[in-house]
Every structure is written in C-alpha cells, then in structure tokens.
Design a protein around this ligand. Structure first.
Ligand code: FES
Ligand code: FES
Length: 126
C-alpha cells in the first residue's frame, strides 16, 4: 500500500510522542483500541483555564496511518477548547492525510481517542 507524503512525514517524525502523569488533575487520558486490527492508541491532553487544551501527547501501537492520525490530532487539539476538540471528525483527519478507505478506521481511532480524553478529564473534574 502506498502511504501519502503526509502520513510518511508524521510516521517518520511523529509530533508529541510521550505521556503525562495520569493522576494530574489537569490531564485527560483517552485509551482506545481498534477491534479491526488490534491497534491501541493513547492520547492525553493537558487542560488549562477556560477549558483550553495547552498540550497533548500520544503513544500508539499500530500501523503508520494510526501513528500519523494520532500525531496530527495532537497538533490540532492544542490551543482549542474541549468543545472545539470534540468537533474534530475522523473525516477531517482522513482527508488531511489522504487515507485510503481501508485505513479510515485508523482515523476513527484518533477521533475516539480525543473523545475519550475529554470525557476522562470531565469525569475527573466532576
Ligand atoms: Fe496491523 Fe494496524 S493493522 S498495525
Ligand atoms: Fe488498524 Fe491502522 S489502526 S490499521
């Protein structure tokens, strides 16, 4: 399968690989898996005043498209409010990375990871 230049760029130079302390009250952690292939993605956000996402990191065990999707969304969510981050759709990710149909579930994983991270943060904050 031919990967797009953008996928290869994020795959070879992933942005924001890492982890935050899960117990930090300003951190939301989203961990999701893809039943189709067994890949796992962990996305963490650090939230500041006014619900603005100040920083984001990820760790992904998976294919190039999953790594590129998670790398891309860590860039996209930074500076956004939680509600703005929740409006990111997998179709935006798939379009930006020119993912072929067979790889669309990789972008769904990234959308689900954002939702899970926001939900975790909101649960923590009550
Ligand atoms: Fe094997 Fe995603 S299917 S890495
Ligand atoms: Fe399954 Fe990419 S996440 S192939």
């Amino acid at each position: 399968m031919a990967y797009s230049d953008k996928v290869l760029d994020h795959y070879e130079n992933p942005r924001n690989v890492g982890a935050f302390d899960k117990s930090d009250e300003n951190v939301g952690t989203g961990m999701v898996g893809a039943p189709a292939c067994g890949d796992v993605m962990k996305l963490q956000i650090k939230v500041g005043p006014d619900d603005i996402i100040q920083d984001a990191v990820f760790k992904t065990y998976g294919c190039g498209s999953a790594i590129a999707s998670s790398s891309l969304v860590t860039e996209w969510v930074k500076g956004k409010t939680l509600d703005e981050a929740l409006s990111i759709r997998n179709t935006h990710i798939a379009e930006e990375l020119a993912l072929p149909p067979v790889k669309v579930h990789c972008s769904i994983l990234a959308e689900d990871a954002i939702k899970a991270a926001v939900e975790d943060y909101r649960n923590k904050r009550g």
